[in-house]
Design a protein around this ligand. Structure first.
Ligand code: C5P
Length: 210
């Protein structure tokens, strides 16, 4: 099971809160695992790309709540779970039923927390299942990534830094470090996301019996 892309949190019937995640990393992971014969379930937020391999079953969702429900439902059928979606952390507390009218006054939208899908799955995870996620940090990268991995009960975390040119959101390339539960760090070169996905799949193959 792989999550990919952003989530869109509606404000009114025509507006939402979102982010610039392209979904490229998650879709690249889905292709690599499917090419190796895995039955891949890709849970995708709104993106402009399509899965190619017919072994990829795609469930399209819009909001963090929708992504959360599908992930929880599908968890028990999953051996490897990779969470690469850029899930919105907050959503509007109330969704206006009609388009919000423009006025001369400022507009305040009250936001409330979305579910942390990763943390929830980390609590439900059974022995033998491999759970991994991503971290995009701007400071104290390794320390924050390790804390995140422990809080979310990931078996490993993939750290990408916004400081590396060509890495992360929207780019076709990425530069990652994989950190495991013993705090060991594996550093990889900047490469195409399809190659990064292969590195992640090789890492799983070498370190877990799935
Ligand atoms: O806490 P942060 O958002 O930085 O954590 C990133 C990791 O957690 C990613 O693997 C992301 O897919 C996952 N995540 C999630 N649900 C959220 C927030 C993050 O699954 N609400």
């Amino acid at each position: 099971m792989i999550t990919a892309g952003p989530t869109h949190e509606p404000i009114d019937p025509v507006r939402f809160i979102g982010n610039h995640s392209s979904g490229k990393m998650g879709y690249a992971l889905a292709e690599v695992f499917a090419n190796q014969g895995a039955d891949v379930h890709l849970i995708s937020g709104p993106v402009h790309i399509r899965a190619k391999n017919p072994n990829i079953r795609v469930t399209r969702v819009k909001t963090a709540d929708e992504m959360n429900s599908v992930c929880i439902q599908e968890l028990e059928n999953s051996d490897i779970i990779i969470l690469s979606a850029a899930v919105a952390d907050f959503k509007p507390e109330n969704i206006a039923t009609e388009k919000i009218k423009k006025t001369d006054k400022n507009l305040t939208i009250q936001l409330t927390k979305t579910p942390d899908i990763a943390e929830g799955l980390g609590k439900l995870k059974k022995q033998g299942q491999v759970l991994a996620g991503f971290a995009l940090e701007t400071e104290h990268e390794v320390r924050n990534a390790i804390q995140k991995m422990e809080r979310k009960n990931f078996d490993f975390i993939v750290l990408n830094s916004l400081k590396d040119t060509g890495a992360g959101f929207g780019f076709d390339t990425n530069k990652i470090r994989i950190i495991n539960r013993s705090g060991k760090i594996f550093t990889y070169e900047l490469k195409e996301k399809s190659e990064v996905a292969k590195d992640i799949s090789r890492y799983i193959e070498a370190n877990f019996h799935v």
